[in-house]
Structure formats: structure tokens, C-alpha cells
Design a protein around this ligand. Structure first.
Ligand SMILES: [Fe+2]
Ligand SMILES: [Fe+2]
Length: 345
């Protein structure tokens, strides 16, 4: 079996207690944040200041003030001058994130942008959104924004050649609930497509459920969710409440379909019982729940927590096949193993 490495995921020694991510590229010595030029669109208003380096290594200087319309000729000039990265100030971070999220469908459809750049913009944007969702899933329009994000992701994975393998290269190795949520969503959608689900609406609903599958963790003591130690029995009993809590929050908020809610509530159930919260058996577990469970276990094994190292892709798949074959759907697990071995097929 040819196993593709997960890019960063198979590199060692990433700090698991890193601060909340910037997700916007490198922070320069002067505190500026680099953003990809590909994320800026012509004929849109940029509500943040934009800086460029006049020569490599120089301190960035103001290039355009905020609230100006971006014109195609300005973008062309920057491309000609090979300013692949431009810079913003840290205080513009949120304005930039919102700008990217709003323009994501156009960015992903733009044929002049490489699939690598698109993957990066999408992955970062999804993580930023999930950070906000996990901060408070009941505020504002985070559910609607999640749906819009999934809609873009489904189209990107379906129409862009090799999109999944490009996304795989970006997969974060550090475990945070928001990175995990995006990873599980991506693995799940790729698996669903691989086993033949191609209805756009079904894939969107599945994507929403998988992206939000751990939203209940937002209501659990962060000291337990982010514990640096293996959980005690009592802590694990508390963690086990998250699927039901997530289900309640999302039912209350409205807007998600029954299949997505089922995925949220039942992603920790097992094929032969013994899972939680409802101790269901395989006859009650939809293929969507089963796919999410496989993606969830895989991401948990291959990301690093402070109390355990991340497993390599091959080892994680081997362990799942040898030790969890009774807990998960064996045919879907085989399909997942083939997917990870050959994501480009
Ligand atoms: Fe979970
Ligand atoms: Fe999870």
C-alpha cells in the first residue's frame, strides 16, 4: 500500500502548546502579518491597510489605505513586481478574515490561482471560522457561515483536480478542536465522494455535520478539553457529554438537517454497541455517521496531544484495521485506507 504523508503531519516536534494560530502566514519581525496576494480580489473594497516590502527583508511600507476599492491593474502590478505576499497589521486580522470568507467562492473558482493557494486559503479560512464557532456557537450567524463554507468546500473538492491531496498537505499536526473539526470534515467529504456519494445537497449536509461534530466541546471546561494529561475517569465522563450537547445546541439554533444532526450526536457510537451517548448498534448507524467516526478516529490518532505523539498515517490506519475493526464499518474503513493511500484517484 502506498501511503501518502500528511505533509506537516508527519514532521516531528511541533509544539502542542502553541498559542492560538494566526492562520494568516508568517508574522514578520516588525509584527506585520503576511497574506497571500491570491486572496485579494479585483473590484472589492479592502477594509484594511495593505503593506508591501520594497525589497526583500525591508520593513513593509504602506501601499494602500483602508476602504479603497482594489482594482485589477493594481493586482497586476503587484504580480508583475512579484509581490506574492503582502502584509497587514495585526489589528486588521479580523477584517481580513471576514474579507476572505466573503470572497471565498470567487477565490476558489478563479482559474488563475493555483490549487495550492486555493487550498491554503480555504483551509485557513475554515479554521478561522471554526475558532469563532467554538468560542460561541450561539452567537451571530456562525451556522449560516459554516454552511456557506461547506458549500464552497464541496464544490472545490468535487471540481478541482487533486484538491484533496493538496488539502492533505496542509493538515495541521497539532490538535485543537477547530483544526480537528476542519480535518474531520475534509476526510469525511473525501471519503463520501470516494464511495460514490455525489449529490451536492447530501454532501453539503454531511459536510456541515462533520465540521460541527464536536461543537458540544465548546460548552465543556477547556481544562478538560485541552488537558495536557490523559483524562481521568471522571473527566472522560464529562467529555462524553459533548455529542449530546452539540446536538442540543444545533437543534436549538436550527438550520441543520436531520442527517447532519445525527452525525453530530452519534459520531462516538460503535458498530457493536458500547459507544456513547445512545449506545446504538450498526443497524441504527447511517453511512454518514460511520464515515465521520472513521475520519474522527484517524485525525485523533494522527495529531499530537501533549500526552501523546501523533501516529504516522500508515501506523494509524494499521491500528484502526487491527484493533478497531469491530467498532467501525469495515468496508468504509477499507475505502478510507485506499483513499489515504491514493488520494488523487
Ligand atoms: Fe467527538
Ligand atoms: Fe472529533
Amino acid at each position: 500500500m502506498r501511503v501518502v504523508k500528511r505533509g506537516m503531519a508527519d514532521r516531528q516536534s511541533m509544539a502542542s502548546n502553541a498559542p492560538r494560530i494566526q492562520q494568516l502566514g508568517t508574522v514578520t519581525e516588525g509584527g506585520f502579518i503576511s497574506i497571500p496576494l491570491a486572496s485579494l480580489r479585483a473590484d472589492t473594497i479592502l477594509d484594511f491597510e495593505m503593506y508591501i516590502e520594497q525589497s526583500p527583508g525591508d520593513a513593509p511600507v504602506l501601499y494602500r489605505g483602508q476602504d479603497l476599492e482594489m482594482k485589477q491593474d493594481v493586482l497586476d502590478n503587484l504580480v508583475d513586481a512579484r509581490h506574492a505576499d503582502i502584509f497587514i497589521k495585526p489589528e486588521s486580522k479580523d477584517a481580513y478574515r471576514q474579507y476572505v470568507e466573503k470572497n471565498l467562492p470567487e477565490i476558489l473558482k478563479d482559474e488563475s490561482i493555483s490549487v495550492d493557494e486555493k487550498s491554503e486559503v480555504l483551509y485557513n479560512s475554515a479554521q478561522n471560522l471554526m475558532q469563532q464557532v467554538m468560542d460561541d456557537p450561539r452567537t451571530g450567524d456562525v451556522i449560516e457561515r459554516s454552511k456557506a463554507m461547506i458549500s464552497s468546500t464541496v464544490d472545490f473538492l468535487a471540481h478541482e483536480h487533486h484538491a484533496f491531496s493538496h488539502m492533505l498537505q496542509l493538515v495541521s499536526f497539532d490538535y485543537y478542536t477547530y483544526t480537528h473539526s476542519v480535518n474531520v470534515c475534509m476526510f469525511s467529504l473525501a471519503l463520501a465522494q470516494r464511495v460514490g456519494f455525489d449529490d451536492r445537497e447530501v454532501l453539503c449536509e454531511f459536510g456541515e455535520g462533520t465540521l460541527l461534530h464536536d461543537v458540544g466541546k465548546s460548552q465543556i471546561d477547556p481544562n478538560i478539553v485541552n488537558s495536557k494529561n490523559k483524562l481521568t475517569f471522571e473527566e472522560f465522563e464529562i467529555i462524553k457529554q459533548h455529542p449530546a450537547i452539540g446536538y442540543e445546541i444545533l437543534t436549538e439554533q436550527g438550520g441543520l438537517g436531520d442527517m447532519a444532526l445525527d452525525v453530530v450526536r452519534h459520531h462516538h457510537e460503535k458498530m457493536h454497541g458500547g459507544g456513547y451517548p445512545d449506545d446504538l448498534r450498526h443497524n441504527k448507524l447511517s453511512p454518514f455517521v460511520r464515515m465521520c467516526t472513521i475520519a474522527d478516529i484517524f485525525d485523533a490518532l494522527t495529531t499530537q496531544r501533549s500526552y501523546k505523539d501523533a501516529m504516522q498515517t500508515f501506523d494509524a490506519l494499521k491500528l484502526m484495521r487491527q484493533e478497531m475493526h469491530r467498532d467501525v464499518d469495515p468496508q468504509l474503513l477499507e475505502a478510507f485506507i485506499l483513499l489515504m493511500g491514493n488520494p488523487d484517484r
